[in-house]
Design a protein around this ligand. Structure first.
Ligand code: DQA
Length: 172
């Protein structure tokens, strides 16, 4: 096998064990932003917990937060060839970003949508997620447990190579 082939195989193997966590608008403020709703953990706290969980399951984890929709669209487009699964809390973009919806729709790997709060228990405008229809699964309302849980869900989907239930039912 040539050096080039070997490095291609190695980067594919790395991608198979790599997760990306994307965070959208205002999530850099976690810890001080409405702690009665979002809790007192910072985004760094959540990412450390997610990274520890991933490491224990044999995955590496990268994370990115942006308040700019286009940054998230770019990151999703690039993730397709670099990561094995995506965990995303789009923040308020959840409720109206069709650009993020379309970027996610083009992905073939598991996508876990996470919300710290349960948007369905909140204002009516939060009840619509334009992301859920292209996510494999959604975890909401579990606060700080949500991110490690999302990592376990992504790892389980990858390690068993099972489609999410939604995909299974649309294939019937
Ligand atoms: C959120 C819920 C969204 O409605 C809100 O705009 C956020 C955070 C959550 O994690 O609960 O910014 O995604």
């Amino acid at each position: 096998m040539s050096d080039e082939d070997l490095s291609e195989v190695t980067s594919q193997q790395n991608a198979q064990r790599s997760l990306l966590v994307l965070s959208g608008a205002n999530l850099q403020l976690l810890g001080s932003r409405q702690p009665e709703i979002y809790g007192s953990a910072t985004l760094d706290d959540h990412m450390s917990a997610a990274r520890d969980e991933a490491r224990g399951l044999g995955f590496s984890l990268e994370s990115l937060q942006s308040n700019h929709e286009g940054d998230l669209v770019d990151a999703i487009g690039q993730a397709r060839s670099v990561h094995a699964a995506l965990i995303i809390n789009p923040g308020a973009f959840t409720h109206y970003s069709w650009a993020i919806h379309d970027a996610l729709a083009a992905c073939e790997f598991p996508i876990i949508e996470v919300h710290l709060s349960n948007p369905h228990r909140r204002e009516a405008w939060r009840h619509l997620s334009v992301v859920s229809s292209v996510a494999t699964a959604v975890i909401m309302g579990l606060g700080a447990s949500g991110y490690p849980m999302a990592v376990r869900a992504a790892a389980a989907l990858l390690d068993t190579q099972q489609p999410g239930l939604a995909e299974a039912s649309t294939q019937e």
